[in-house]
Design a protein around this ligand. Structure first.
Ligand SMILES: [Zn+2]
Length: 255
């Protein structure tokens, strides 16, 4: 279980600030570089949250919703990650705010920076509620995918007509597994929240980066889609879809 607190970072970051004002500029850059290291931790936290969701889907796949205690434990874990992510945001915000203030004040004010950041951080964190933690996009995705995946497992009584429909559904889903950019089966399917189309993660992120570098927008490559501006913030890793592709691959490998 992850239990790392940003307060420790506060101590760590400010240990490097000397009292002598002439070292102020240098120290501020130390603070900034530590803050950016902290920001990069958020990528790991996000990956960790995806992993927790994937484990939950594995449990749902094997046992349905019966193992509620295991699912609850995973939910607690993902909420802990959400808190950690929030703590980093609050800390980064308080450092930004307070350093901006201090640069407009006489150099002596730097000595108090540590305390003012600590104070502001405590203030910001006090305003964080459980609801805020639940609202984290990865926590929402966790719950959605568990629900969606559990529902998928419940197959209704089939009659012949439905079986026929199912065949069509299978063919359709197979084509849906193909990335419109790479034309091969997706590995990490990302869903566009705006137009509901899917692309493979590596391909789409690379494409957006490339277009933006040339000051262009990236148009959704799905035929008939009128979404003219696909942005990274619209994309979300779809773990249910990922699992469906993996299962499909396993099944077709068997035959
Ligand atoms: Zn689209």
């Amino acid at each position: 279980m992850i239990k790392l607190h940003v307060c420790l970072w506060v101590e760590f970051v400010f240990i490097s600030i000397p009292a002598a004002p002439f070292l102020l500029k240098m120290s501020l850059s130390t603070v900034q570089s530590t803050v950016s290291t902290l920001k990069s931790c958020q990528t790991d936290i996000a990956a960790c949250m995806d992993m927790i969701s994937d484990v939950a889907l594995g449990i749902v796949e094997a046992q349905g919703m019966d193992n509620s205690s295991a699912l609850k434990k995973l939910e607690d874990m993902i909420l802990e990650c959400s808190r950690l992510d929030r703590e980093i945001n609050c800390f980064v915000d308080s450092v930004d705010e307070m350093t901006a203030q201090v640069t407009q004040e006489p150099p002596e004010a730097m000595v108090n920076l540590r305390n003012s950041v600590k104070g502001r951080f405590t203030e910001l964190m006090a305003g964080v509620s459980d609801t805020d933690l639940q609202r984290h996009s990865k926590v929402v995705a966790f719950k959605d995918s568990v629900r969606k995946y559990a529902m998928q497992g419940q197959t209704p009584d089939e009659n012949e007509e439905e079986e026929l429909d199912e065949d069509i559904a299978v063919t359709q889903s197979q084509t849906n597994f193909i990335c419109p950019l790479t034309q091969v089966e997706m590995v990490n399917p990302m869903k566009n929240k705006k137009c509901n189309h899917y692309y493979d993660q590596v391909a789409v992120l690379e494409m957006i980066k490339c277009k933006h570098k040339n000051r262009k927008t990236f148009r959704c490559p799905k035929v008939g889609c009128d979404n003219k501006d696909v942005r990274e913030s619209d994309l979300e890793l779809d773990l249910v879809m990922k699992r469906m592709i993996q299962n499909h691959k396993r099944q077709s490998g068997k035959t």
